[in-house]
Design a protein around this ligand. Structure first.
Ligand code: DQA
Length: 148
């Protein structure tokens, strides 16, 4: 089985972008961390885009192929109703979508306290750096029926 790990705008700069907030490890390191954490037979497909349309189309792929999603919508979290509607398609189809954040947005600026995605996500994990993704992956690994 496959898990889609979708990352929104500016997360391509992970490692050099505000390392005090987001850590000094980059997306490739996230990729290898998750590949190691994944149970045998599970493929972790880590993607990043700055493009809202591309992110939405990846969510359609998750719906059509019934692939569970770990989504860090980055700044889109706070204002993209288009992304929210696409995320709702995923969970309404009965496919798991876990919203994750590296930082704890609630401990930061007021504009980050609102997520327009959370209400349509299966659940939310925030504030644990890469472990936010690992915890989401653990949940998916335990809830997705294994095909081996
Ligand atoms: C983030 C938090 C968002 O507020 C911010 O815009 C990001 C990253 C996080 O992972 O902590 O780009 O989603």
């Amino acid at each position: 089985s496959t898990v889609l790990v979708l990352n929104g705008p500016n997360l391509g700069r992970l490692g050099s972008r505000e390392p005090d907030v987001y850590g000094s490890a980059d997306l490739d390191q996230l990729r290898s961390t998750l590949a190691q954490a994944a149970p045998a037979g599970m493929t972790v497909d880590v993607r990043q885009t700055d493009d809202e349309a591309e992110l939405i189309h990846w969510l359609y792929e998750a719906v059509d192929e019934r692939i569970p999603v770990i989504l860090n919508p980055a700044a889109f979290t706070h204002y993209s109703y288009a992304l929210r509607d696409a995320a709702a398609l995923v969970t309404k189809a009965g496919v798991t979508l876990v919203e994750v954040h590296l930082s704890n947005p609630h401990a930061r600026e007021t504009f980050r306290h609102t997520s327009v995605v959370s209400a349509v996500a299966t659940g939310v994990i925030a504030g644990f750096g890469f472990d936010s993704y690992r915890l989401a992956l653990d949940f998916i690994a335990r809830s997705v029926p294994r095909v081996s």
